[in-house]
Design a protein around this ligand. Structure first.
Ligand code: FE2
Length: 185
């Protein structure tokens, strides 16, 4: 598999959780019964998988390689992607804190939970679209074929040394259970 194909397959998992988040936000608005810890688990997924397994591969490996081949991190499409990753982290922090309050029984945290869940979903959906249709095709063009193995090695390093053995699989299972719980599985 090409490096960008690996990242795109991770995008598909993130999109499933985004859909679950939006569905759960709607259920919360409608006053339907929903486990209060749902949004905390979703924040765990975002932090561990979307920002951990996935953004770490992009920022630590792919974007660095792009920087060596004419697409620097300052300005341009990579700069935009990095800024959106930072924005996603801020929204996740708000979501986590509101979800903690909600889980502790503070119903007034509900609008912050639904607002941040929807904001995260909207940000990531358009972010993923830009990567899939603009940045990754550009990466496939500018990174020389003989360096593809180095990118894949970098991804392996992220999974095994930085993220940790078995963590990726743990989050895939969490994505599945969030989807089921939100009524989408
Ligand atoms: Fe991505």
């Amino acid at each position: 598999m090409q490096a960008t194909e690996i990242l795109m397959s991770e995008h598909r998992v993130i999109e499933r959780v985004i859909a679950a988040l939006e569905s759960a936000a709607n259920q919360l608005d409608e006053g339907q019964p929903l486990r209060p810890g749902f949004f905390l688990d979703a924040a765990d997924f975002i932090q561990g998988f979307a920002d951990g397994c996935h953004h770490r591969k992009e920022e630590g490996v792919l974007f660095k390689m792009l920087g060596d081949h004419g697409l620097p991190a300052q300005g341009g499409p990579v700069g935009v992607m990095l800024a959106e990753h930072a924005q996603a982290r801020q929204i996740t922090a708000v979501l986590r804190s509101a979800a903690q309050s909600l889980e502790a029984g503070d119903a007034s945290a509900r609008p912050d939970v639904t607002r941040s869940a929807r904001a995260y979903a909207a940000l990531l959906r358009q972010h993923i679209l830009k990567e899939d249709t603009i940045l990754f095709p550009a990466a496939d063009r500018v990174i020389p074929a003989e360096l593809h193995a180095a990118v894949l090695d970098g991804f392996e390093h992220v999974e095994h040394e930085e993220t940790g053995e078995g963590v990726h699989e743990k989050y895939l299972a969490l994505a599945q259970s969030l989807e089921v719980e939100a009524g989408l599985g």
